[in-house]
Design a binder for this molecule. Structure first.
Ligand code: PMP
Length: 425
């Protein structure tokens, strides 16, 4: 039998850090990653046959659990007709119709191949449409690895302590203005000074890349007002929150209308897919109907569209998101209760099927608070859970995800594991 350790040894010779995406490497929590051989429902099995209850869900897409038969069969059917055509196909039209019907602010959409591509394209559109160059982002928010976004970034960039990456030209970074999340006064001051130069403001409407931090009451509405007042575009990065915190995403949950929205993860059903969309007058400026160029050899790929469409079908079941939110409450209440009984400073955040666990007594509303929580305690807890067969995201700065495959048995088992892991801290 090949072991996890043998595979990681081989991987490290040939892949930077042994992985193809940084946070997978377990660098911040310590130890070595496991190599997944198979996934089904709420579970992953590694190459050694060990089973884990999975709260990462491929970092978000697996909202109906892994290897759902409806998604798998849609892919199998699509594959029989060919893997990629390079011409338009019907599934792209159905996908566009589905997204537009589910997300009220989106009149038109362009499919791409990742969340990174979606955000890079959206800010190009914002710049092209406004004739301005500056963009605003938030400290601890992650929007993929485009140059403009690797400035005070979250996720792996934050996990590994290089929130602003070498290799990003100063000239590019200078065009990115950053703000503290959930601080409306800071946003007002920044717009008062730079408002006329700002093409767009991009935000995770629920932050999920500095752990999970919901927006304060009225915060998104205030940002909407500021953008309108200064003629900047409001861009919601719903790569993580889209189709997760509500069927219509965070914009439906909070009742805010952005100008542009970025998608990824769930709309691909586990295949490499992203999308950006929004107001018709803006989207019509994208090539070939307009001059703002953006393209992709595999964009709108028929197999990826089939997976995404099957996924979007499943999550339209009545009550799907309410049920997921209730499961998330049950899970996080149980973990919180276990921490309290063990006398461990702990708090949780959650919105819909997204959650964050923090080793602090404070309710975490800011980047400063998130980074001040006890990361060493999280890392020990992570390994305590992993030893007990529960896989949390391997970083204190990532959100957790619940799927419809996480039933009462999995939730009870997770709370049981947490009780034991807290006791062992
Ligand atoms: N935006 C957000 C909010 C994300 O969480 C991510 C990835 N976790 C991205 C963009 C980038 O997506 P991708 O990794 O598919 O490029």
């Amino acid at each position: 039998m090949t072991t996890n350790h043998e595979l990681f040894d081989r991987a490290r010779q040939l892949l930077p850090g042994g992985v193809n995406s940084p946070v997978r490497a377990f660098k911040s929590v310590g130890g070595e990653p496991f190599f997944t051989a198979r996934a089904d429902g709420a579970y992953l099995w590694d190459v050694e046959g060990k089973r884990y209850i999975d709260y990462v869900g491929s970092w978000g897409p697996m909202i109906v659990g892994h290897n759902h038969p409806a998604v798998r069969e849609a892919v199998e059917r699509a594959v029989r007709d060919g893997l990629s055509f390079g011409t338009p196909c019907a599934a792209e039209v159905t996908m566009a119709e589905t997204i537009v019907s589910l997300v009220p602010s989106v009149d038109m959409v362009r499919m791409v191949n990742s969340g990174t591509e979606a955000t890079m394209s959206a800010i190009r559109l914002a710049r092209g449409a406004t004739g301005r160059n500056k963009i605003v982002k938030f400290e601890g928010c992650y929007h993929g690895h485009g140059d403009s976004f690797l400035v005070k970034a979250g996720s792996g960039a934050l996990t590994f302590g290089v929130p602003t990456s070498p290799g990003v030209p100063k000239a590019a970074a200078d065009l990115t203005l950053t703000l503290p999340y959930n601080d409306i006064d800071a946003a007002r001051e920044l717009f008062a000074e730079h408002g006329g130069d700002i093409a767009g403001l991009i935000i995770e409407p629920v932050a999920g890349n500095m752990n999970c931090i919901p927006p304060k009451d009225g915060y998104l509405a205030a940002l909407r007002e500021l953008c309108t007042q200064y003629g900047a575009l409001l861009i919601f990065d719903e790569v993580m929150t889209g189709f997760r915190v509500a069927l219509g995403g965070a914009q439906a949950h909070y009742g805010i209308t952005p100008d542009l929205t970025c998608f990824g993860k769930i709309i691909g059903g586990g295949m490499p897919v992203g999308a950006y969309g929004g107001r018709r007058d803006l989207m019509q400026q994208v090539a070939p109907s307009g001059p703002i160029y953006q393209a992709g050899t595999l964009s709108g790929n028929p197999v990826a569209m089939a997976a995404g469409l099957a996924m979007l079908q499943l999550i339209q079941a009545p009550g799907f998101h309410d049920d997921l939110a209730a499961r998330t409450v049950r899970l996080t209440d149980g973990i919180l209760d276990a921490a309290r009984k063990a006398g461990i400073p702990f708090s949780v955040n959650r919105v819909g099927a997204m959650f964050g666990l923090f080793f602090t007594n404070e309710t975490v509303e800011s980047y400063t608070q998130a980074t001040a929580a006890d990361v060493a305690a999280f890392n020990r807890f992570f390994h305590g859970m992993l030893d007990r067969g529960v896989y949390l995201a391997p970083s204190a700065f990532e959100a957790g995800f619940v799927s419809s495959a996480h039933g009462d048995a999995e939730i009870e088992a997770t709370i049981g594991a947490a009780t034991a892991a807290f006791a062992a801290l």
